[in-house]
Every structure is written in structure tokens, then in C-alpha cells.
Design a protein around this ligand. Structure first.
Ligand code: SIN
Length: 328
């Protein structure tokens, strides 16, 4: 049998973390070299050839444009390389949803791209990294995984990157998926897709940006005033995401200041500080009158990423920004 060849791009995170303690206390995310992880996995006899390429060895709180650009370039090269069948990216879980969405927006769907992380360091009791990694190999090796966009494999589930959200600080099933459920269940021995690939043959939705503009998240709180909005404009914010109350709401004075920002050409997207649910147009807040955009299913972190990509590509008009948030 010809083995599937999988490019493994390492960035660090807890999956590459160790602290020399059973409890995981004091561990350092990204401390382990990718080669060591891949060698360990290779010894488990998985039916794939793994090709490691280290992009970074950091905790994902420190990930940014340089690492994203390197990941995008490596994925693009692998998409064009007939010797590579799929791509795995080892990543910290804290910002996996942001990296996942950025790559989902800027890569074609021709080959599977799978992010994988862990909630427990490699040497802690009950470490989940090797199992998640083995599951990711199973997914990235499956020809039926292409055409589904970028995916995240955690806790025996395959989630669409656009829908995945970290919802627990330390549980090993830390991710939820909204508005769609998981794409598949996976174990090292089995992979069951819940439906056909719906993005087969799709090109990249947006070019990868030359740089990412400053887009800020403003969290609404009871009793706040509008000064933070003015402060964000003062530091040159080119877009604002409101992590609003309930359905993306905020005190009247804050909404008025956001409307002034939108009128000045700074797009404003209303998301919610609530864990889950849609933020729809013109329900509690009159978006038409205020010139605002509703984030729909995207939470604040992913809304910020989509807005950065849009602004970088010159899309700032409220109607066009809304259309991008509406398009699943
Ligand atoms: C990180 O995101 O790098 C640390 C936390 C984790 O990987 O779970």
C-alpha cells in the first residue's frame, strides 16, 4: 500500500509543551521540537508518512502575522506539490480559531488542512496530544477530507475552523462548534463523516493580505461611556468589533459613538460577549440607521479576523462587510 504523505507544520502550543510534572504545572507551551513529536507518533505505526517542517515553537498567544504568512506560504506550496496529500498544523488551542479562520479564508480547499492541539502538556497525566495528533493524521490522510475547508481536530471530533470556538479553559473537550455541528467523529481507528464535502473545488475566498490592519475588539460593560471608542479611533483603529451584551448591544452613548466611527469610514461589526448564538441585523439595534454590521454566527475573535482580512482587501463598505459575514 502506498502511504499518504502528510506535511506537518509545527507552531508550538501545549501539544508541544512539557513541564516535567504529572500535574502540568509550570509547563511551557511550545517547548518540544516538532521532530520529537513526529518521531513519537511515527513509532506508533500509523499508515502515513509524516514530513515535519517547523514554522515556530511558541505559545499561540504570541502568534501573529509573520507566523500566519509562513503557514500560508507553506500550505500554498504543499497544495501545489503532487507529493503531498494533506497538511497538519500543530497549534496552541488559545488562538487556533483565529489561525484556522484566516487560513480558511485564504486557502483553496483542494487538500485537507487540519489544525490540531492539546489541552494537556505531553508529559502530564492523561495527556491528550498524541491521540489528537493520531486523529489528525487519520483525517489529513483521508481523500474525503478535501473540500471541507480548514478543520480543527480535538477531542475525537472534526470541526470546521469557521465554526469552532474555544469554550473551556482546561477541559479536554474545550471546543464547541456553532452554528453547525461537528463534521465527523474520529479515533485513531475510525473516521465517520456526517455529510459530503460541500466546498469541493473552491478557490481561496480572499488573497492573503500584505499586512493586517489594526482592528480592535471593544467589550461592552454596563455603565460604560463612549470614551473607549474615541480612544480606539485615536490610536488609528481601522475597524472595530463590539463584543456586545446579549445580541451585540451596548449602552446608547456607545452605539452612537460607534455609529460616528462607521460614518467616518471605520467599519463596525457587532458580535456578542455571550458564548453562543446569532447576532442578527436590526433586531435590538437599528443597524440600518447606525451603519453597523451584524456578526451573525462569528464570535468576537473570529469577527476581528474576518474584518482584518476584509479591510486589508479594501472591503470597508457596511453592505459589503455584511455580505461577507452572512456568507458561511
Ligand atoms: C497555547 O495556545 O499555545 C497554549 C494553550 C494550549 O495550547 O492549549
Amino acid at each position: 500500500m502506498t502511504l499518504r504523505r502528510i506535511l506537518v507544520l509545527g507552531t508550538g502550543g501545549t501539544i508541544a509543551g512539557a513541564g516535567g510534572s504529572a500535574t502540568g504545572a509550570g509547563y511551557r507551551a511550545g517547548g518540544l521540537a516538532l521532530d520529537a513529536l513526529v518521531a513519537h507518533l511515527g513509532a506508533l505505526g500509523l499508515a502515513a508518512e509524516l514530513v515535519p517542517q517547523e514554522v515556530a515553537r511558541i505559545g499561540s498567544q504570541d502568534i501573529g502575522f509573520a507566523e500566519w504568512r509562513a503557514l500560508h506560504a507553506a500550505c500554498t506550496a504543499a497544495m501545489d506539490d503532487p507529493a503531498i496529500d494533506g497538511i497538519i498544523i500543530t497549534h496552541g488551542t488559545d488562538t487556533a480559531e483565529e489561525t484556522g479562520l484566516l487560513l480558511d479564508l485564504t486557502l483553496p480547499t483542494a487538500k485537507p488542512v487540519v489544525l490540531v492541539g492539546a489541552m494537556r502538556p505531553a508529559d502530564a497525566v492523561g495527556a491528550d496530544g498524541m491521540r489528537n495528533f493520531a486523529n489528525a493524521v487519520k483525517v489529513a490522510s483521508d481523500p474525503a477530507a478535501a473540500g471541507r475547508g480548514v478543520m480543527l481536530v480535538m477531542g475525537d471530533a472534526v470541526l470546521a475552523a469557521r465554526d469552532a470556538r474555544k469554550a473551556a479553559t482546561s477541559a479536554i473537550d474545550a471546543f464547541r462548534t456553532f452554528p453547525r455541528g461537528p463534521l465527523a467523529r474520529v479515533t485513531p481507528a475510525s473516521l465517520d463523516w456526517f455529510g459530503p464535502a460541500h466546498r469541493l473545488g473552491e478557490a481561496a475566498r480572499y488573497p492573503f493580505p500584505q499586512e493586517l490592519p489594526r482592528v480592535a475588539i471593544l467589550t461592552a460593560g454596563a455603565g460604560m461611556d463612549a470614551q473607549p471608542v474615541d480612544a480606539l479611533l485615536g490610536i488609528g483603529a481601522r475597524g472595530i468589533v463590539l463584543a456586545g451584551m446579549g445580541q451585540g448591544n451596548a449602552p446608547r452613548t456607545v452605539l452612537e459613538a460607534l455609529a460616528r466611527a462607521a460614518a467616518s469610514g471605520v467599519p463596525v461589526v457587532r458580535a456578542s460577549r455571550v458564548d453562543e448564538g446569532l447576532v442578527d441585523r436590526n433586531v435590538e439595534v437599528d443597524d440600518d440607521a447606525l451603519g453597523l454590521v451584524a456578526a451573525r454566527a462569528l464570535g468576537p475573535a473570529k469577527a476581528r479576523m474576518l474584518l482584518m482580512v476584509l479591510v486589508a482587501n479594501g472591503v470597508t463598505d457596511a453592505k459589503a462587510v455584511q455580505a461577507a459575514f452572512d456568507g458561511g
